[in-house]
Design a protein around this ligand. Sequence first.
Ligand code: GRG
Length: 297
Amino acid sequence: MSQDAFKDQLAATAASVTYTLDALLSLPDGGEGRVVEAMRYAVLEGGKRLRPYLVIESAKVFGVESSRAVAAAAAIEMIHCYSLAHDDLPPMDDDDLRRGRPTVHMAFDEATAILAGDGLLTRAFAVLADPATHTDASIRSELSLVLANAAGSDGMVGGQMLDFLAQSESLNEAETERLQSLKTGCLLGAAAEFGAILGKASGQDRFAFQSFGLKLGAAFQIADDLLDLEASPQDAGKATGKDAAAGKATFISLYGADRARKQAWSLADQAIEILGKFGAEADGLRAAARFSVDRQS
Ligand code: GRG
């Protein structure tokens, strides 16, 4: 699949995920409506929707129609957007700009941004537990377990803790790899595994899809670090040049930009190799692995 065809497919998926998120987050009456407004602000505008794309494309490989995967895909996007809203807060990255517009705490206030993140985190699991998401309770339970592990202290939250600690200590390659795998890879791994779970794939295929997402995630994070170094804030839609200033542990800080770029492409190739036994139906996923490195934002 060409990168242009991939971008069209990603845009179509993004539109359907946004439609679903909009429907899942209707505004209640009363003062608590403000937190839902902030949750909607955090999820509805912008964003590449790569994690939902991985869910939907992985599900497709196992014969699941996108309409039957989109709610689970929206749940993962809720978790992702909660993490961005919290990561942008002053005690963490202290960012004013995200997806080309003010961060949630700038558009609302810090307390509301914390609550919006909490609201999205819990709502994601309500979506997964809802029979409207999948009629089979064992599938709903598997999805919930995989997402809880990927997003919690054994995954994204743990990685964020390591990222915070790494500002005051220097990490070697293995430690940097682990940090990035937990912070970024686990959620992308869960997204690809979600498709396999929805498609009732074998344990072996589930593992392969999770491994694909993890490799793609490792490539994606190095590309993110390169964008932080090289992209303008306008193109990235967020502040850039922050990693070096904050002393963040990245492959660039270890080996420089050229070697980091080579490493990112090698990881994308490894991700694609994992899908070797699958046919053309996995081409969207292969293109996603290449896009993870080749992207401009
Ligand atoms: C605060 C619990 C908590 C976790 C935060 C994911 C994360 C951990 C922080 C976000 C900041 C960051 C640079 C994370 C690495 C993952 C990453 C590159 C996120 C940005 O993902 P994109 O590019 O964003 O897919 P869009 O806006 O396209 O959805």
